[in-house]
Design a protein around this ligand. Sequence first.
Ligand SMILES: [Zn+2]
Length: 261
Amino acid sequence: MESKLKVDRRTILTGVAALGTVTFLPYAARAASNRWDSFPTVSGEIEVYPVSHASFVMKTPSGVVYNDPVGDPSQYADFSTPNVILVTHEHGDHFNLDTLNAVISPKSMLVVNPAVFAKLPSGLQSQAIMLANGDTYETDGFDIEAIPAYNQTQERKKFHPKGRDNGYVLNVDGFRIYISGDTEGVPEMRALTDIDLAFVCMNLPFTMDVEAAASAVSEFKPTYCYPYHYRGRDNGTQDPNEFADALTEAVEVKLGGWYGG
Ligand SMILES: [Zn+2]
């Protein structure tokens, strides 16, 4: 698996500059190594490290957050153990018990929806916070709200039935981060307010296409938005650049390199 997660693009930029190359080359190096981004907040930087598809790590002033950690645990080896692990729902590209057991520490707070809670062994249940749609949880440095995530197109409702799965809004010292989970552009997403950073899924047949995602994101207008979880089945893969083009509001799109690109 990828082991470039800790590549520091500032190091690359410095290295390229030292060679005295023409000025556009640093940007090429930066695009190729765009493995993480940093976002300023009142209490410090939030760094986002896409791992793959729906999985990512955030370093925040309040601690380290893993979202939907799945896959080879070595992908997380360069990161500190998580203070918070968010699991949106039970599907294999979001929840894997082996990965979870490998990355969690006894001090990690595990946040799950009720259906995932029911699938946890008792040891993990004892350190899990179960949030149903609409529930909130306040802890040191993190305020967490569970946002409904579901399909509203008739033929897709079987994938994510309403009421089961979560998205999350994570509030870190007033910086509000929305993680969509697997959903369409449902009213609860469109009604979000004051989102600084959003992660929004788009693929078919499981979630939505770029037009639907762009419509919803244009309504709640986050400052920054990562299209994520955008590879799909058959012809269901969505193009994050098409998503960016379809936005009707000023939202800064972050691409992130979710699939090793
Ligand atoms: Zn799913």
